[in-house]
Design a protein. Structure first.
Length: 430
């Protein structure tokens, strides 16, 4: 009897060790660039992604795309569709380097959270303690559209780093924000971060601090230049450029070998052409002067690093970043951020729904219970996208990462990403 009990205890101990070792290995595993077939998907159903995207390409509703699915720390689907350049019939490679624009924001948030857990900043620290011009902020009162003149009232409090992370600071956008603030920012020479600039980031952010906010800090969600300011804070606090900081502390440790503010010319051929639509909603190439954004900006040497929109990357590289967050800050045996930091980073931060339905964390949209009840993504999934048509989400409950990449804005057939999402979840096998 004693021997039996001893053997059972030994088996339990061995089982516990194996389970623990498996969990450690899962969090340490490097994603294979090549697809690994998963028994968690019905691939006959998943093939509907192929037929659907190809239909969009054949109907010329889309020129090209890359789709990647990661399940349980394995790349289980990874394909390029259509063309990287339609005129030359250059096929879209699965390792295409996309201009990810606002997908940059979450990476900048990660840099801030690294500095936070190192004790170098506090999330509720006043921005003015780092960049003095943000002391005594004002809020826009009256605006004259004829000459962009305005009056202000004092803000009720100063901006904090948490306000910036949650886009509740009252800072707006230059190119895509409200008409009033677009005019004020443009007149003052504040860059949008979309494209290439020769300005000095700290100088521009100091100037931003002298301009009015669109609303009182913390009052509501306004998508704006918050992440550009956060990137500047990273530079001031770390003493490194945002490019150098991210390379040293994020890209190199994670093995993100195709993520850049300045894309090497040797890799330029892997960048898809950017497309837009004419007045008849026919797809045309994005010209170098359209919306004042030259699509060649990733290859133009720059020192102005936009924390809100400056990066280019592959679906695979960005999947690594998201998988690390899902793993509790760990990937390839390296703890990029603490598990608790990753948890805070993906937890709802606001007392209200930022878009009327979903929560917002320190850099991501968070699927609410209501959204989860209406759609496929599970509650707690975190997501965002980019100006040129890239989108992503990571589902902690389903242990899944998905990226759908295009270079097309505006897109009259933007419903494609929702269709792909339904196909993915509809193909799951328990």
């Amino acid at each position: 009897m004693k021997n039996t009990s001893l053997k059972i205890n030994q088996l339990l101990i061995v089982s516990s060790i194996l389970i623990f070792a498996f969990a450690i290995n899962a969090n340490s595993q490097v994603l294979s660039f090549e697809t690994v077939k998963s028994n968690k998907f019905d691939y006959n159903k998943l093939a509907q992604i192929d037929s659907t995207v190809n239909k969009y390409v054949n109907n010329r509703w889309l020129i090209g795309s890359t789709v990647i699915i990661v399940k349980d720390n394995q790349v289980v689907y990874h394909k390029g569709f259509g063309y990287a350049n339609e005129a030359s019939k250059k096929v879209m490679p699965s390792n295409a380097i996309y201009r990810i624009m606002s997908q940059t924001k979450a990476i900048t948030s990660l840099a801030i959270m690294q500095l936070y857990e190192q004790g170098k900043i506090s999330l509720d620290q006043k921005v003015s303690t780092i960049i003095e011009s943000f002391k005594n902020p004002t809020v826009l009162k009256d605006f004259n559209a004829k000459d962009s003149s305005y009056t202000t009232i004092p803000a009720k409090r100063e901006l904090t780093i948490r306000d910036l992370l949650t886009h509740t600071s009252g800072i707006d956008y230059t190119a895509i924000g409200s008409q009033k603030m677009k005019a004020i920012y443009s007149k003052a020479g504040i860059p949008s971060g979309l494209g290439d600039f020769n300005a000095n980031l700290l100088d521009r952010m100091k100037l931003l601090g002298t301009l009015p906010l669109i609303h009182q800090p913390g009052e509501k969600f306004t998508y704006g230049l918050n992440s550009d300011l956060l990137g500047c804070i990273v530079e001031v606090v770390s003493g490194l450029s945002l490019e150098a900081y991210c390379q040293k502390n994020i890209f190199d440790p994670l093995g993100m070998k195709d993520t850049y503010f300045n894309v090497p010319l040797a890799k330029a051929e892997r960048m898809p052409t950017v497309y837009t639509e004419n007045d008849d909603k026919k797809i045309i190439e994005w010209s170098p002067t359209f919306r004042d954004i030259n699509p060649n900006y990733p290859m133009i040497p720059k020192t102005y690093f936009s924390g809100g929109a400056g990066l280019s990357s592959t679906a695979y590289d960005y999947a690594i970043f998201l998988q690390m967050i899902l793993n509790g800050g760990k990937y390839n045996g390296k703890q990029i951020i603490a598990a608790r930091t990753a948890e805070i980073m993906t937890s709802p931060q606001l007392d209200f729904k930022y878009n009327g339905q979903d929560d917002f964390s320190l850099g991501f949209s968070i699927t609410s219970e209501k959204s989860a009840n209406l759609n496929f993504r599970n509650k707690g999934s975190f997501s965002w996208g980019g100006y040129y048509g890239t989108t992503y989400w990571a589902d902690p409950k389903d242990k899944m990462v998905v990226l759908i990449m295009t270079q097309h804005n505006p897109n009259s057939h933007g419903e494609l990403s929702g269709i792909i999402e339904r196909i993915i979840y509809g193909s799951r096998v328990n």
